[in-house]
Design a protein around this ligand. Structure first.
Ligand code: 4NP
Length: 152
């Protein structure tokens, strides 16, 4: 099972989601992340995201930003989008129903429609990054339980 986490820049939310998710699934799962824009391509995650993950003993410092590609819809089984704009952008890149079925909003698993988006912490401070970490941690727990019931 291959999982792709997607946000806008692939330097804040989806790198954190990738790092967190990897701690919750066995090695038989592979987890990667990407962005819908290529502005930060090749860059490591935002320092605040790296620091927030490190505060929780997760190392995301070696990840590198990359834009989502058409090939990702073939490689990955599940594509989780951090917000509605990202979701719509990713869905617009799908070519058929099989690819479309792979794409969902990350927070849909929490079943709370009012909180369906992972807020972008890019323009915020360390508290915003920590809040995002907690939200991602909750979502990843639910997704891991769905995909790998022995997680619980
Ligand atoms: P991310 O955050 O989508 O969580 O990686 C952002 C990163 C960069 C920008 C916006 C959001 N930006 O405008 O460059």
């Amino acid at each position: 099972m291959k999982i792709l986490m997607v946000c806008l820049g692939n330097i804040c939310r989806s790198p954190l989601a990738e790092g967190i998710m990897k701690t919750k699934l066995p090695e038989s799962f592979s987890v990667d992340s990407a962005g819908t824009i290529s502005l930060h391509e090749g860059e490591h995650p935002d320092k605040r995201a790296v620091r927030t993950a490190a505060n929780h003993h997760i190392d995301i410092s070696k990840q590198k930003s990359r834009p989502i590609t058409r090939n990702d819809f073939k490689t990955f089984d599940k594509v989780y989008c951090m917000d509605i704009d990202v979701f719509e952008d990713v869905v617009s890149k799908t070519k058929n129903e099989e690819e479309r079925q792979k794409v969902s909003l990350f927070l849909e698993v929490l079943g709370d429609q009012t909180n369906a988006e992972v807020p972008d912490p890019y323009w915020g401070d360390m508290k915003d990054f920590e809040d995002v970490f907690q939200l991602l941690d909750k979502g990843c727990d639910r997704i891991a339980a769905q995909l790998n019931p022995s997680h619980l």
